[in-house]
Design a protein around this ligand. Structure first.
Ligand code: COS
Length: 394
């Protein structure tokens, strides 16, 4: 077994308390969020009172350790909560997504005690929104080719460059920024991760991007023009380790996104099942037809397989195993799976599936992003194959 750390994280709550949390989240999603899906899409905004309820439920801090004000859930528990959130429009999950995932985990994994104490409690409460700034106009899949610089001038690191498609940047208070602190070091080795306050002079946020789907979730550019940050902003205090921090964050983030895919697939299967029982053609419900049953069955089997792999990967992560390969397998399979499930749901709904009123076309557009962000399917394939080939060498 490949072991990263010898300690298995202590569970922060017992089964009964966790069951209650899950139950509360499920009811919140189904009773409060589902009825708001069309409105969020129309308004391109999650209502403020919903964000406030998410704060009150502790959702911003589910993956942040209890010692820093979060709920300190294990990866397996996080998967269960995120799966529940996946039952509704992904825009709702995006509100808390960066604080739970890529926006906080750089600090949780590699931050110093002081950095964690300074930022994590406010991120856990939702007072401070965190964003993860890796992608650039010229560095997407090839993240190690990033060009943003962070040059030490004797007193401060001076940041210059542009970050692109940064989730929650328009509302972020703190940014995890990957930048090149040693321009002479090749590739990823010259990259450091910085924890940067978004109101630092020299940082500006671009206009909010218009997207294919996930209206109500925001991305934008973040531009650095001679933004000065102190030496204490280097995550972990040691320059040159930022790319590895980013990769570790993405490993866990990919399991999180995979759980989200499963939740959305379950919702789409549910909608297709109910519709196929109601809708009659040729004198009977369309669900009586074997060709419709085949689509439902394929979706169910694939969703079940996806769930088994995500639960396994999360368990391995909780045991301290290295899960780079498994996280990429999950991200690839689950995001492709929910794409197929959404396509079949449109097919089962027929013309109604194409109409905005039924909401299925919105999910179809929303889930398309899952195959792209936190690494495209092709990047996951590359990571999986590399890990397999490394196994041959060892
Ligand atoms: N955990 C810890 N360290 C890791 C790691 C991981 N999962 N993956 C890579 N590293 C380390 C490597 O061990 C290597 O360290 P050494 O130089 O000490 O050997 C270093 O990081 C560079 O890794 P690698 O050589 O694999 O980098 P490449 O540039 O060849 O490829 C990929 C990296 C393609 C995997 C990476 O750029 C990637 O994930 N791209 C997609 C980015 C992405 O998901 N973007 C979405 C934006 S965030 S929403």
């Amino acid at each position: 077994m490949d072991v990263q750390s010898s300690t298995t994280p202590e569970r922060s709550m017992d089964d009964e308390t966790f069951g209650q949390l899950l139950d509360t989240v499920r009811r919140f999603v189904r009773e409060k969020l589902v009825p708001l899906e069309a409105k969020v899409d129309d308004d391109d905004k999650v209502p403020d009172e919903i964000v406030a309820e998410m704060r009150a439920l502790g959702l911003f801090g589910i993956s942040i350790p209890q010692g820093f004000g979060g709920l300190g859930l294990t990866a397996s528990e996080e998967v269960a909560v995120v799966r529940e959130l996946g039952w509704t429009s992904p825009a709702f999950r995006s509100v808390i997504g960066s604080n739970v995932g890529i926006g906080s985990q750089g600090l949780v994994m590699d931050g110093t005690e002081e950095q964690c104490a300074r930022y994590l409690p406010r991120m856990a409460s939702g007072e401070l929104v965190g964003s993860f700034c890796l992608t650039e106009p010229g560095a997407g899949s090839d993240a190690a080719s990033l060009k943003t610089t962070a040059l030490w001038d004797g007193e401060a690191y001076v940041l210059n460059g542009t970050k692109r498609y940064i989730t929650n940047a328009p509302c972020a208070g703190v940014l995890t920024v990957m930048a090149r602190s040693d321009p002479d070091a090749p590739g990823s080795s010259g990259v450091s991760a910085f924890i940067v306050e978004a109101d630092t002079p020299g940082i500006s946020i671009g206009k909010t991007d218009r997207k294919m789907g996930q209206r109500g979730a925001y991305t934008s550019d973040v531009v650095f023009e001679d933004a000065r940050v102190p030496a204490e902003a280097v995550i972990g205090g040691e320059p040159g380790r930022g790319f590895k921090t980013a990769m570790k964050v993405l490993d866990r983030g990919r399991i999180h996104i995979s759980a989200l895919c499963i939740g959305t697939a379950r919702r789409l299967i549910h909608e297709a099942l109910v519709y196929s029982g109601d809708r009659e053609q040729f004198g009977q419900p369309i669900g009586e037809f074997q060709l419709v049953q085949a689509m439902l069955a394929d979706s169910q089997a694939e969703c079940y397989a996806a769930n088994c792999m995500v639960e396994d990967a999360a368990r391995r992560l909780d045991r301290g195993e290295a899960i780079t390969l498994e996280a990429s397998c999950c991200k690839m399979y689950c995001s492709e799976m929910v794409g197929r499930v959404a396509d079949r749901a449109v097919q089962i709904f027929g013309g109604a599936g194409y109409m905005t009123e039924y909401g299925i076309e919105r999910f179809y557009r929303d889930v398309r992003l899952f195959r792209l962000y936190e690494g495209t399917t092709q990047i996951q394939q590359l990571i999986i194959a590399r890990q397999m080939r490394r196994g041959l060498d060892s």
